[in-house]
Design a protein. Structure first.
Length: 196
């Protein structure tokens, strides 16, 4: 009987979290307590929030984006590097990265520069696509998180593997091919000049 009651409380809390992702643990627990007469442990509510909100942005902190701050000249470009962590955290979280991965990315040096690179944007896009495809194929969010953790159970794996995968080195053209293309362009330009 008590287990059924707990499941009902958990289900009610799930509904509250989905409807109000910005609510904190205490506010959710207060609503559960008001309805059932007894609440849940804070850790249970925290776990529910983590599993339910992965792939969605967490509640906004009220900070403006880096671009907005720079546009309004509220900060200097040098200061933008330290302000960008909040925005980067929310972008990573909404793409489906778990806290362990985010902490690992933030622990690397020169991360603010990383957040503005094309490979970083491509990494977010590919993770979001991977995450959504798993959910569409019937996986639960818990199964997705388990798959992510299982990936890191192998030694020497890190979130930077995904970034490396998205890095595309600059295209190098063979000198002979370049020279031939330049010769053809020059011939076309000469012919165009003499047609006039």
């Amino acid at each position: 009987m008590a287990k059924d009651d707990r499941e009902k409380r958990l289900e009610y809390a799930r509904g509250l979290i989905i409807q109000n992702p910005e609510w904190g643990k205490d506010r959710i627990n207060k609503q559960v307590k008001a309805r059932f007469g007894v609440g849940l442990r804070r850790i249970d509510v925290a776990r529910l929030k983590d599993t339910l909100l992965i792939g969605r942005p967490k509640a906004r902190t009220g900070r403006k984006s880096i671009a907005a701050l720079l546009g309004e000249e509220l900060i200097t470009p040098e200061r933008a590097a330290t302000v960008g962590f909040d925005e980067a955290y929310m972008r990573l979280r909404s793409a489906g990265f778990i806290d362990m991965e985010i902490r690992n990315i933030f622990s690397a040096g020169n991360t603010p520069v990383l957040f503005t690179t094309e490979p970083f944007k491509a990494m977010l896009k590919s993770r979001r696509k991977w995450f959504r495809s798993r959910i569409k194929s019937g996986w639960s969010k818990g199964q997705v998180i388990s798959a992510i953790r299982k990936y890191y159970s192998v030694e020497k794996r890190s979130p930077f593997d995904f970034l490396r995968r998205e890095y595309k080195p600059p295209l190098r053209v063979d000198f002979k091919v370049y020279r031939e293309a330049a010769r053809k362009r020059a011939v076309r330009e000469v012919k165009t000049l003499y047609k006039r």
